[in-house]
Design a binder for this molecule. Structure first.
Ligand code: SF4
Length: 375
């Protein structure tokens, strides 16, 4: 079981309640960004590019609780920035645990070992550690030598003290599927509860705009990685979302599924784009032109996107929309092997060495061309 039964039950009953109420658009996971400050400056992340006066700001615990109460999701993901650098992160976590929210505290884990004493193990709290692959790949991806080792040290300590620990991995163009599979083995041997995956998205503010994946390349990469799956691998996310990444099914983006709240307010329409902010969650839901987003909308900013914050909630929504969806999710959970001989051959294809990515995919968010049409 990739997540504890109590969490699966809480999420399932929440989604079923939304369905019974006839709500077509409902939030599933609050993306709570209490600060943008970070102790890394990853090439694929634009958050650290904000000016100093923005990086200094933090949401107060009360503002975080108000956002969680307003949108009412059963799960809260806390990315950033680096949440462990927030001056009151333990108060934020404590208050959310008291509200029985399942929290994924997304951290690069550089500070995890020294800050662990601030937290108590709980079924509601998971440290979701950002690791982009094996040592060399991760350190290159986050532009910090030694980052992998420090993170693993923190994870071992957290596991020893009884915390829930998962990994979250973002894959970019040039990722080596064989190495990613070896990384999965390493993480499961370390004792993490499960892993989460997503392709990268080209933030307008990210300094490195050349190594984001287009849709056809995303599907090919994830098929090579996730077909012929080992039974030991556990994924802490929707199995239907993984099938979507492998190109086995298609979903429409549901950006309302993971609303984002930060020091600027509620972000339109999703974690990745910044088409304005609202003061309240109700205003976000009622004033966002949701039809203007998602690949099928023709919006060039969404053309190549397949990221979890747009499509994972789509997988969960599909699961609970019909018996067909429930059956598909059950099958994807029980029969995980996905035997695929062609995908095995893909593992032997040469990949660019990690330090010499070729700019084969160049996503220009101002261009309306789909990379898929060129693949
Ligand atoms: S397709 Fe991606 S960028 Fe566009 S709204 Fe959905 S999640 Fe955001």
């Amino acid at each position: 079981m990739p997540v504890p039964i109590s969490q699966a039950w809480t999420v399932a009953s929440y989604v079923l309640k939304q369905k019974i109420k006839g709500r077509k658009q409902y939030p599933l996971v609050l993306m709570l960004e209490p600060l943008y400050r970070c102790n890394l400056a990853c090439a694929g992340c634009g958050k650290i590019q904000y000016p100093a006066h923005v990086l200094k700001q933090e949401l107060s615990p009360e503002e975080c609780f108000k956002a969680a109460d307003e949108c009412g999701t059963p799960m809260v993901s806390i990315p950033g920035g680096e949440p462990l650098m927030h001056s009151q992160i333990e108060k934020i976590v404590e208050g959310l645990v008291a509200r029985k929210k399942y929290i994924y505290l997304c951290t690069n884990a550089l500070l995890l070992k020294e800050k662990l004493h601030l937290f108590k193990p709980s079924k509601y709290l998971t440290f979701s550690v950002h690791l982009d692959g094996q040592k060399e790949h991760h350190d290159f991806s986050v532009c910090r030598e030694g980052g992998y080792e420090l993170a693993v040290e923190g994870m071992k300590e957290a596991l020893k003290r009884g915390f829930r620990v998962t990994t979250n991995t973002t894959l970019f163009d040039g990722a080596d599927p064989k190495s990613v599979r070896a990384f999965f083995d390493e993480m499961m041997e370390l004792g993490v509860e499960g892993m989460m995956l997503s392709p990268g998205y080209s933030y307008d503010k990210a300094p490195d705009q050349k190594h984001f994946l287009g849709r056809a390349r995303t599907r090919r990469l994830f098929r090579a990685i996730l077909a012929n799956r080992k039974p030991t691998w556990q994924f802490n996310q929707s199995m239907l979302f993984l099938e979507f990444l492998m190109g086995k099914r298609d979903f429409r983006c549901t950006p309302w599924g993971m609303p984002t709240y930060s020091i600027f307010g509620w972000q339109k329409p999703c974690y990745l784009l910044q088409d304005g902010y609202t003061d309240s969650f109700a205003e976000l839901m009622s004033t966002t032109e949701w039809g203007n987003y998602g690949t099928e909308s023709g919006n060039p900013k969404c053309a190549n996107c397949m990221v979890h914050s747009g499509y994972e909630a789509s997988g969960v929504d599909y699961t609970f929309s019909s018996l067909k969806g429930l059956w598909a999710a059950a099958k994807a959970t029980l029969f995980t092997r996905n035997q695929d001989d062609e995908a095995l051959l893909m593992l032997n294809e040469p990949v660019a060495p990690v330090h010499s990515y070729n700019p084969l995919v160049q996503i220009d968010s101002k261009s309306s061309k789909l990379e898929e049409t060129r693949a």
